[in-house]
Ligand binder design. Structure first.
Ligand code: KIV
Length: 270
């Protein structure tokens, strides 16, 4: 397990270079200092303070109740523990509904320690993406299954299974890249669609439930340790194969992503 990385060592340029060289990178969520330290020491390139904390830590059945105050609190915690991974913060539900709100809330997350922020949505977040990118705040666009829209989508379902929806996701991903997005995260889409988008875009693409062909993979840390109440098809518990407890499991996750052993065929949608 690598524990030598200096604070701030991973940047967007690192991810871009890895993607260009065809090397996979590993990402995990983190919500507290202790697990952020273990994950970053395990060699994870990117830590996401995700609004999944609403479900994982707070016990809600969706991410909708999560507030900016929650995000800022957990960002401070993770920042203190992080040992050099790139730190991404989620903008929670309705925190980027207007231009002024978007700028104010993104700035607050950056001041708390985020180095880039994640917005859920398709073409409709193009304006916010441009606004932030022009002001020096890098944006990761989150497409496919966007949990903040669970009520509109009608559940946590795979997205982009039919041709017209897949085509729409491709086109909107291209719009977001042109609007200045630095990263794209695809959640729960068919592996073939994620592979096509990764091929088409110049920015690194991170997948969760999106097959093996994206440039990076992300998982909810509690899923990687098998301690989440629900276990979707696309997650894997790395703890049983560890001979070194949680640090070993996180190192096994990083290794499996980098060697292309995770996700396997059993974790993919088609
Ligand atoms: O909030 C989160 O943790 C996420 C991941 C599931 C990618 O968006």
């Amino acid at each position: 397990m690598s524990s030598q990385r200096k604070a701030g060592a991973v940047t967007l340029t690192t991810l871009q270079k890895l993607a260009e060289q065809g090397e996979k990178f590993a990402c995990l969520t983190a919500y507290d200092a202790c697990l952020a330290a273990l994950a970053s020491r395990a060699g994870v390139e990117l830590l996401l303070v995700g609004d999944s904390l609403g479900m994982v830590l707070q016990g809600h059945d969706s991410t909708l109740p999560v507030t900016m105050a929650d995000m800022i609190y957990h960002m401070h915690c993770v920042r203190r523990g992080n040992e050099g991974a790139l730190l991404m913060g989620d903008m929670p539900f309705m925190s980027y509904a207007s231009e002024s709100q978007t700028l104010e809330n993104a700035a607050a997350l950056m001041r708390a320690g985020a180095q880039l922020i994640k917005l859920e949505g398709g073409a409709w977040i193009a304006n916010s993406t441009r606004l932030l990118a022009e002001r020096g705040i890098p944006v990761c666009a989150h497409m496919g299954l966007t949990p903040q829209s669970v009520n509109r989508i009608g559940g946590f379902h795979v997205q982009g299974r039919d041709t017209s929806q897949a085509q729409q996701i491709i086109e909107e991903a291209q719009v977001l890249e042109r609007s200045g997005a630095s990263l794209l995260l695809l959640e729960c889409v068919p592996a073939e669609l994620a592979a096509r988008i990764t091929e088409l875009l110049g920015i690194p693409v991170i997948g969760i439930g999106a097959g093996p062909d994206t440039n990076g993979q992300i998982m909810v840390l509690h899923d990687a340790l098998g301690i989440s109440p629900i276990t979707p098809k696309f997650v894997k518990n790395f703890l049983p194969e560890s001979t070194d407890g949680i640090p070993g499991a996180l190192a096994a996750y990083v290794d499996a992503v980098k060697q292309g052993r995770f996700p396997g065929p059993e974790h993919c949608f088609h």
